[in-house]
Design a protein around this ligand. Structure first.
Ligand code: 2NL
Length: 357
């Protein structure tokens, strides 16, 4: 009996899991277990023997059962301890930052400018970035010998020997899109042409690829007064000011006559641009009345129609509006630094985030 007890208690203590415990339970105290078999033998015993063996077997059965229950609880505790150790979670760790995309500042400003002119009845047109020299130069009253061709630092497309197609260039302005619009649509016309343009130039204020918006309005009764009003509305809406003073300075472009460069009144307090107040003038665009030869090139009769045109550098007005010092920063791969300049569209990735409409 003592031997039996020792065997089972040793086995129970050594059991590795619940399955092993159950096997021991069946072998010891199950219906066909060793203790049950021994109990069946009580009937063959004398009364005296039975009075000793009976209670002893019962006690042994109880002891084995409670040892199994205790071991079971101990195994469960150990399993829980192991889970607590291995599945430990630090809920005080900072959350992982979710990265957000956003509209590029150039796209944002292009959208702002086109939306302002769309409100004044201009439609938007786009065209090829690789142009014939006719659309880029000749149609704009810039003939082959004209110094502007050289000044514009044009990228010419390579031509194979014997290829006699007309020379192609990377467009140096978006004016060719306006010539194409005149041809396609005729007059009257109000169109705005945003897009990429190219000039072989690279320093703090010039990149070989940059962005321009040109505008064109042609009708039977268009004057410089209309030009001035349109540009005033544009400057007020773009720089989000109630009033602004414009200064037209006589200038020269081959495609306009007369031509004017347009300055806006501003101040630079502590390097901070304020539009509409102060004693400084800031040049923001070039403009003029469309040259009769340019109307003719676009298939429009200059004895019936006149029009105004203007060109704005998107990158430049984006830098002015958002206080970005170096143009080249636009074309780095990582724009997160722009947050330092309070560029709102980086925080709110919506196409219309910056628009006050
Ligand atoms: C500038 C000057 C300008 C134009 C662009 C234009 C287009 C046609 C006909 C006549 Cl189709 N003119 N465009 C006119 C004046 C100035 O741009 O300094 N832009 C940044």
């Amino acid at each position: 009996m003592q031997e039996l007890r020792d065997t089972y208690l040793t086995q129970i203590a050594a059991a590795a899991d619940e399955a092993a415990l159950e096997a021991i339970r069946l072998a010891a105290v199950g219906k066909k277990g060793e203790i049950a078999l021994k109990m069946r033998e009580l009937g063959k015993m004398t009364v005296e023997e039975r009075q000793v063996a009976g209670p002893a077997l019962n006690a042994l059965k109880n002891e084995v059962n409670s040892a199994i229950a205790a071991k079971k609880a101990a195994l469960a505790d150990a399993a829980l301890d192991e889970r607590l150790r291995s599945e430990w979670l630090d809920v005080t760790l900072p959350a992982r930052h979710a990265r957000q995309g956003s509209i590029h500042p150039i796209s944002q400003v292009t959208e702002e400018v086109t939306a302002i002119f769309a409100d004044m009845g201009f439609s938007v047109a786009e065209g090829p970035q690789v142009e014939t020299d006719w659309y880029n130069f000749d149609a704009l009253n810039i003939p082959g010998h004209h110094p502007a061709r050289a000044e514009m630092d044009t990228f010419y497309m390579a031509r194979a020997e014997g290829d006699d197609r007309p020379p192609h260039v990377l467009r140096t302005h978006t004016s060719p899109v306006q010539i194409r619009s005149m041809e396609k649509q005729g007059a009257p016309i109000r169109v705005i042409c945003p897009g990429r343009v190219y000039r072989a130039d690279y320093d703090q204020t010039h990149t070989p690829m940059f962005h321009q918006v040109e505008g064109l309005a042609i009708d039977t009764d268009i004057s410089m007064a209309n030009l001035k009003w349109c540009l005033e509305e544009f400057v007020k809406a773009f720089f989000e000011v109630d009033d602004v003073e414009l200064r037209f300075r006589a200038s020269h472009f081959p495609f306009t006559e007369p031509s004017a460069e347009v300055d806006i009144r501003c101040s630079w307090e502590g390097g901070q641009l304020k539009v509409g107040e102060g004693d400084d003038w800031l040049e923001i665009l070039g403009s003029g009345m469309v040259h009769p030869k340019v109307l003719q090139a676009g298939g429009i009769d200059p004895s019936v129609y006149q029009g105004f045109a203007f060109g704005v550098g998107i990158d430049r007005i984006a830098m002015l509006k958002y206080g970005i010092p170096d143009l080249r920063a636009f074309f780095d791969s990582d724009l997160r630094w722009l947050r330092n300049y309070g560029f709102a569209s980086l925080d709110a990735p919506s196409l219309h985030a910056g628009l006050s409409r």
